[in-house]
Unconditional design. Structure first.
Length: 256
């Protein structure tokens, strides 16, 4: 765990309109403004294994003559891919599938300053959200063999991010207090209370490694080395990596 500690002493300043204070409160403000405090910054991080992955499987089809035919081809492939992916997930575990970014448009070429219709293109993205990380390679491989043309994205994440942040912030706050007490004792003072605490927690998500799986399967299928519906002899390994969680505490403690 990486730790960064910065401690400094300074006089606390309070800006309060005296006219708005009740009788006798001015003396309390004067006393508070003279109180010293120690300021401590503490940063910590930890690495955890991701437990969720989201994959965007793309199906792109085209036809030279009609948009209807391009759409029919796309629906035929998409239905197969969707049915397969649906059979591989567990909704009771929070898994789901949805369609995203469907588009259908003509594609043009340009020659001698003129525009010519080249083909009709239909694109459909199927988003798979699952905790079955161990099935990633199989999901990608089979989707490609069923006719999917690309894997647009693959992102790993952590479903219990809030719980992980809460644990890390709790430990970081305790450590910040200990460091403040050490600095205060070394200067002949003691901690009497908290002036203020600012916290933050961020997560650095992992994108994983999926380019090899996508490109190798696409090349194999394009070259005719893999028949439709056939699975490759060995699915490529996809490393999920780690999720890095960072917490930061900025605290100020009153001294006496």
């Amino acid at each position: 765990m990486k730790k960064i500690i910065i401690a400094s002493f300074c006089a606390a300043l309070l800006t309060v309109p005296f006219a708005s204070l009740p009788a006798g409160a001015i003396n309390n403000v004067d006393e508070a403004s003279k109180r010293g405090y120690v300021s401590v910054s503490y940063t910590a991080e930890k690495e955890v294994a991701p437990d969720t992955v989201e994959i965007s499987v793309a199906v792109r089809t085209d036809d030279k003559k009609s948009m209807q035919e391009a759409s029919r081809k796309n629906k035929e492939i998409s239905d197969k891919v969707y049915a397969y992916l649906k059979s591989m997930i567990n909704p009771a575990n929070g898994d789901y599938i949805k369609t995203s970014n469907y588009s259908a448009s003509p594609s043009y070429n340009y020659s001698s300053g003129k525009r010519y219709l080249d083909k009709y293109v239909v694109s459909n993205n199927i988003i798979v959200h699952t905790k079955s990380i161990d099935k990633i390679s199989t999901l990608i491989d089979k989707s490609i063999t069923l006719g999917a043309t690309d894997i647009d994205s693959l992102n790993f994440s952590l479903s219990e991010k809030d719980a992980q942040c809460a644990e890390l912030l709790s430990n970081a706050t305790k450590q910040a207090r200990k460091r403040a007490e050490i600095v205060a004792a070394a200067s002949g003072s003691a901690i009497t209370g908290i002036k203020n605490i600012e916290t933050s927690c961020s997560v650095n998500r992992s994108g994983g490694n999926f380019n090899y799986a996508r490109n190798s399967l696409m090349m194999a299928k394009a070259s005719g080395a893999m028949e439709d519906g056939a699975m490759p002899e060995a699915a490529p390994n996809i490393e999920a990596g780690v999720i890095r969680i960072y917490s930061n505490i900025n605290a100020k403690f009153y001294l006496k």
